[in-house]
Write a protein that binds this ligand. Sequence first.
Ligand SMILES: [Zn+2]
Length: 325
Amino acid sequence: MASTLLLAGCGSPTAATNNQPVDQKTKINLSLKPDESGKIMILMYHNIGKTEAEWVRTPENFRKDLQTLYDKGYRPISLSDYVTGNITTEQGKTPVVITFDDGNKNNFEYLEDGPVNKDSAVGILMDFHEQHKDFPLEATFFVNGELPFGQKGMESKKLNYIIDNGMDIGNHTQTHVNFTKAGVETIQKEIGGQAQYLQGLINNKDYKITTIALPYGSRPSDKSLTPYLAAGSYNGAAYKNIAILNVGWNPGYSPYDGKFSNEGIPRVRASETKVDGVGFYDYLQYFDKHPEEKFISDGVPGIVTVPKDKAVILNSSMKQEIYTY
Ligand SMILES: [Zn+2]
């Protein structure tokens, strides 16, 4: 999880060496056409494996995905930075969020003699970041159950490794529950119990599990229970989710868009199989043709830069300074 939400800058001038304030806006290169009202893809992966399938990406294809993102100017950000609007992406580039569901062993495997499997998701992400330092090492792994990443005795080691390397762990419930018919007790146990369990395995006691991917994208059919997805308590401990993720089928709103909701974040399937024209590569192509619809960072986290005609869609109550051109 990257740094806190309301960071330095935030629209206020920074002291320069001659004690004259420097207008942060002068750092923004308008020729890069920054547009922070545009869409951001939250990619949804499940497995990395030998045979490509609907829910499986081969190591080669996952590397291709990362290279394609890199070449097209996409740069990963953390989910928490996305929902809090702390976009630190370098100017001219487009943020993207990478997520993995289910905590399968092929997401993160230690080989018998010790090293991280280079063909597991974590291994591939680490290697790619090593070779492309300007491609931040950011991804969220949503894990369910008591054995995240499937190697007994390594649960704690793996969670800490992910967090210590700047990536994130999210909640995917205790039993991969379908929330449709769940009652209030079940919802809080599934979410709160899992958050407590995971936090108990993590050395950094300041690290909280605050994001959830809903299994099957399911929500309680009793709408009065929906608030318990965001907050509740179990066994005397409160939980709070700042991001609630669905399963499909389209890019997310900018966190500065008035329509953005942190409690219903759509994802794009990171697959090329059975994606029905709404997969990752479909949207890459779409944004190539419609660059005016994607988020392009201004490089200054405290200022939200948009072309004049886009200002109307922004959330009027946001804290950041708005800069139009
Ligand atoms: Zn799942």
